[in-house]
Design a protein around this ligand. Structure first.
Ligand code: 5GP
Length: 142
């Protein structure tokens, strides 16, 4: 397996070199909206520690990611009026991973509505800003 590349796009977001629509942050994780969402509210949860994917992250770092993933899924479900939540993580190219800093996809699902294909439509920035503000408010103090 390749080693961690500090120039991946999520590492740049963590360093503040690239902006993001933040929904949650603590000492161990950052969560922000996917800019090409597969459904409204599609959120990415990443560790602050460098990890390429599930195959090299430490157990301790992954526990922090899992905790935040649960918090965000529970907050997003009512906020987006979703019928279910889908949690996905890809490890290595054969699985579909494209960005090599571990991330959990937290995706609201709606009965009878198919997911958009990955990385196709760049969302309206104003819509993302509004959704991020609502999610961040729901997660305040969590
Ligand atoms: P992967 O296939 O690696 O699990 O998914 C990478 C995800 O990152 C995709 O859903 C894609 O839309 C998202 N993404 C790619 N570049 C950016 C970016 O610059 N900002 C944000 N917020 N998401 C990104």
């Amino acid at each position: 397996m390749a080693t961690y590349d500090t120039n991946n796009i999520f590492a740049k977001i963590l360093r503040g070199e690239i902006p993001c629509f933040k929904v949650y942050e603590n000492d161990h994780v950052l969560a922000f909206l996917d800019i090409m969402p597969r459904a409204p509210g599609h959120t990415l949860v990443i560790p602050k520690a460098p990890a390429r994917n599930l195959l090299d992250i430490t157990e301790e770092d992954f526990v922090h990611v899992a905790r935040a993933t649960r918090l965000i899924a529970r907050a997003a479900m009512p906020l987006f009026d979703a019928d279910g939540m889908m949690i996905v993580q890809f490890s290595e190219p054969a699985s579909g991973q494209e960005v090599y800093h571990l991330h959990m996809h937290v995706i609201p699902r709606f009965e009878g509505v198919a997911l958009l294909p990955p990385a196709t439509v760049k969302a309206d920035m104003a819509v993302l800003a509004e959704q991020a503000a609502k999610l961040a408010a729901a997660l305040k103090g969590a």
